[in-house]
Design a binder for this molecule. Sequence first.
Ligand SMILES: [Zn+2]
Length: 122
Amino acid sequence: MATITAIQRKLDKLNADKSEVLKQKLEAIQRILVKCVKCHKKSRLGAWSFVQGRWYVEPYSCTGGDYWNFNKTETCHITCPKCGDENYIYNHPQKNKIVELVDGHHFSTEKIFKGVTEKFRR
Ligand SMILES: [Zn+2]
């Protein structure tokens, strides 16, 4: 039993270390500066808000459709914390960096950004 207890203690320590490192990684992502295409001011990614686009699938046949899908990150918007403008990620000069930061690290948009809203378009 002492062996199992010792192993469990090691696992607990590893899990605590992993949580701490993940927190540091998230904070590093949030510190990356993103420049607004409208006011040209830079803000930390974590200060921006994310606007999740949603698109509608019309009903078809007897049971198909009538639901909302999620846009890919590159076709969503982010809202500048300084001027409130919605920057379209697809046309943003830092598009590749933003998409990589949002999609590449297994953190939800709710964790990365200051806020998340949804925009529905038929
Ligand atoms: Zn701005």
